[in-house]
Design a protein around this ligand. Structure first.
Ligand code: NAP
Ligand code: MG
Length: 488
């Protein structure tokens, strides 16, 4: 253990380790591609390794799909669409989606442990948030499969065909569920690519799909890097591309799809404002701010990474935030006491540290939890910056780590202007006692999701998505279903 700060540590309760067991999980040494209901070797014969970012240990080898493999997967999805999935009754489709949800639920603990091992997120989150929400997405959309005419009354509803889906590493299983469940419910077939650093839960999902008896080719899972994703995007026989990831890659995808007939949804980056007024319940707001930025190590596209505090309460809020930060545990994500787990990769840790340095160089004041961190693995203590200028890089660019910037404001108009002064527009939070003020802000803030007196709450029935450089299209709820249908 390194970087001990006795004063900080003395203020905390000390807990005995409470490690979640890994005994019950079943991981293969090597994973092939899941195409047409079978496990296929990659045509190049190449595999890459996936690691546990909490201790840098090896987890499994995973196939690297190239354009030939993607072609096989799209062909399988097309055949399954033409011959089976578009022909069976909607209630049959629902039956399979329910079955996938139930099988996932039965193996929830295994999914949670594998997600924690592969992604570095805390077991508390993968157990209580990622996995249950992923199951709920399948349950929710299973319910719509035979009710599409009620979902879109007086319209003729038809499916699109083959959907190519590309997801990031921050919520690997949940993002797979957000993509696959509505696509299947609406009658489409799927080729999905998980992120390079977190392929394992998508591959476990493939095992469940196999077990569920879903007809071969309806869901195909291809693992690989950016080139695998690009091969899906550029394949001429996909009808829809759904992408969640960085704004840069999203822009490239939009360019390469310009002029094609493909339907597209992009869920991209964010720099969301969390706004706290002087009449807010301060202790609850402090919890919400902590949850908003430190949840999942700040690897949350809608993280409340910019805090705006009304000037009159700034001192007390900052003091309470620092106090609360001192009680957080950073460390092994498999330990149930851990609040902040591992950063997903060495590269992402380097990016976060780069931004922390920029913040210092820009003259902002830094407060960082001094704590023990394990010798191996990628960790970043929770960090906040005060005295941050609106134009500073750390207040403008997405950091995607546990780093909060704090600015103050005096009036409602001022904070609306500051909050909207961002290239992104994914989410926002408003903390106040006044309902009328909440409604005023929700109409004026340019953000796809606005939470009032809470933060980072998700439900399969609520649409999620952004404005501006945070992308377009919605996932979740009826809006999420409409992204996978043609209406006439
Ligand atoms: P990323 O680099 O854009 O990668 C996302 C996915 O795209 C990965 O599977 C990646 O594969 C693949 N990819 C990379 N280059 C590609 C290309 N040229 N064509 C097609 N696919 C390509 O993003 P990330 O760093 O993994 O994820 C973090 C970002 O996602 C953040 O900006 C975050 O805000 C955003 N995000 C947004 C939402 C939302 O709902 N708005 C949700 C979660 C995350 P490899 O992993 O193999 O590179
Ligand atoms: Mg990994």
């Amino acid at each position: 253990m390194t970087k001990k700060n006795k004063e900080t540590i003395a203020m905390k309760w000390s807990y005995s380790p409470a490690l979640e067991s890994k005994d019950h999980i079943n991981l293969r040494e090597k994973y092939d591609l899941f195409i047409n209901g079978k496990w296929m070797k990659p045509s190049s014969g190449k595999y890459f390794k996936t690691f546990n970012p909490a201790d840098e240990s090896f987890l499994a080898e995973v196939a690297h799909a190239d354009a030939k493999d993607v072609d096989k997967a799209v062909q399988a999805a097309r055949d399954a669409y033409n011959n089976v999935w578009s022909k069976i009754s909607p209630s049959e489709r629902a039956k399979y989606i329910y079955r996938i949800a139930r099988l996932m639920q039965e193996r929830a603990r295994e999914f949670a442990v594998i997600e924690t091992l592969d992604a570095g997120k805390t077991i508390r989150e993968s157990r209580d948030v990622d996995v249950p929400l992923a199951c709920n997405h399948f349950f929710y959309y299973a319910g719509w499969a035979d009710k599409l005419d009620y979902a879109f009354p007086n319209r003729k509803v038809s499916s699109l065909g083959v959907a190519g889906q590309i997801i990031p590493w921050n919520f690997p299983l949940l993002m797979a569920a957000w993509k696959i469940a509505p696509a299947l419910a609406a009658g489409n077939t799927v080729v999905l690519k998980p992120a390079e650093t977190t392929p394992l839960t998508a591959l476990k999902l493939a095992e469940i799909i196999e077990e569920s008896g879903l007809p071969a080719g309806v869901v195909n899972i291809v693992t690989g890097f950016g080139d695998t994703g690009a091969a899906i995007v550029n394949h001429p026989d996909t009808d829809k591309i759904a992408f969640t990831g960085s704004t840069n890659v999203g822009k490239m995808i939009q360019k390469s799809l310009a002029g094609t007939n493909k339907k597209i949804t992009l869920e991209l980056g964010g720099k969301s404002a969390n706004i706290i007024f002087e009449d807010a319940p301060i202790d609850q707001a402090v919890e919400g701010i902590i949850n908003g930025i430190f949840f999942n190590q700040g690897h949350v596209c809608c993280a409340g990474s910019r805090l705006f505090v009304q000037e009159s309460i700034a001192d007390v809020v900052i003091r309470k935030l620092k106090d609360r930060m001192r009680s957080l545990f950073v460390g092994n994500p498999l330990d149930k006491n851990t609040d902040i787990g591992a950063i997903n990769s060495k590269e992402q840790l380097a990016t976060i540290l780069k931004y922390i340095n920029i913040g210092k160089e820009e003259g902002a004041e830094i407060f960082q939890l001094a704590c023990d961190i394990p010798d191996k693995g990628y960790y970043c203590p929770p960090t906040l910056f005060t005295n941050v200028a609106q134009s500073s890089v750390i207040a403008q660019e997405e950091i995607f780590g546990p780093v909060l910037t704090i600015q103050t404001f005096r009036t409602v108009d001022e904070v609306i202007q500051k909050a909207n002064n961002s290239p992104f527009g994914l989410a926002a939070g408003v903390w106040t006692d006044k309902g009328s003020r909440i409604f005023n802000l929700t109409t004026k803030l340019k953000a796809g999701v606005i939470w009032a007196n809470t933060y980072n709450k998700f439900d399969p029935s609520s649409p999620f998505g952004g404005y501006k450089e945070s992308g377009f299209g919605r996932e979740g709820g009826l809006h999420g279903l409409s992204a996978y249908v043609k209406l006439s």
